[in-house]
Write a protein that binds this ligand. Structure first.
Ligand code: GLP
Length: 242
């Protein structure tokens, strides 16, 4: 696993956008696995700028990591809404080539569709953030982790962390559809971006030792042959990385 440390978080976002941009330039039909949360916002800003400057997304397809259960895609707190607003409406991608799981359709059918979208052609690059407790997608710390797309019950810590996007913590859905760890590991490349002091414990477990543990689901990416972690200097120092 490669670790890239940038001077600032803004620079880390640009570095990740450049990695994605290089891929799309090299492979105009690239399949991207995308992430939500506040972490990738700067990446999407930069990709929108790159598109305005001529980077062509017309042949790109995307599949997102996860979606809250019980929330429709036109709800501003849904991940579909976030992706449309933060990226898809700002680049020349065909909306039909973007997939964010539906949180409201028949569950079994939607999980089957989700799996088809993940495996119908390998994901070239999977972008990840990381939860305060080390979750990726919505794969929460547990004794056992799921390999494929499934419904995850969110932990109180994740509900509390994500409450800032909702009017009240009681409105945060308690379940989500998410790619499993095996789905994430099936991508040809993984890029995990993190910033902020609250991620220091999880990032320490990810980049300063050689262990994999279901207690910090992100640690599984250590076993991937082409994984890159991009962080800023402040987080690297807080995580004890030298
Ligand atoms: C959510 C998402 C994750 C994301 C995490 C961190 O739980 N399911 O994919 O990485 O939040 O979010 P943030 O980037 O806002 O800290």
């Amino acid at each position: 696993m490669r670790v890239i440390v940038k001077g600032t978080f803004a620079e880390a976002c640009v570095a990740v956008a450049e990695i994605i941009g290089d891929l799309v330039r090299r492979k105009p039909t690239a399949k991207l696995g995308l992430a939500t949360g506040s972490t990738p916002e700067g990446v999407y800003d930069h990709l929108a700028e790159m598109c305005a400057a001529g980077l062509d997304f017309s042949g790109v397809t995307t599949v997102n990591l996860d979606e809250y259960r019980g929330i429709t895609g036109d709800n501003p707190v849904s991940y579909r809404y976030f992706m449309d607003k933060m990226l898809f409406s700002r680049i020349n991608i065909d909306p039909n080539n973007t997939y964010v799981a539906s949180g409201v359709k028949d569950l079994e059918e939607e999980l089957a569709r989700f799996k088809r979208k993940i495996y119908d052609g390998q994901i070239d690059l999977q972008l990840l953030g990381i939860g305060v407790n080390g979750h990726v997608g919505f794969n929460e710390p547990a004794e056992k982790l799921y390999c494929t797309a499934h419904v995850e019950k969110l932990t109180p810590s994740t509900i509390a962390a994500n409450a800032r996007f909702f009017a009240h913590e009681s409105e945060v859905p308690t379940e989500a559809l998410t790619m499993g760890i095996g789905d994430i590991m099936s991508a040809a490349a993984i890029v995990l971006l993190a910033g902020g002091a609250n991620k220091a414990t999880a990032i320490r477990e990810l980049i300063t030792n050689d262990f994999i543990t279901t207690a910090i689901p992100a640690t599984f990416i250590k076993a991937h042959s082409n994984a890159t972690v991009v962080i800023d200097r402040e987080l690297a120092e807080l995580a004890g990385y030298r």
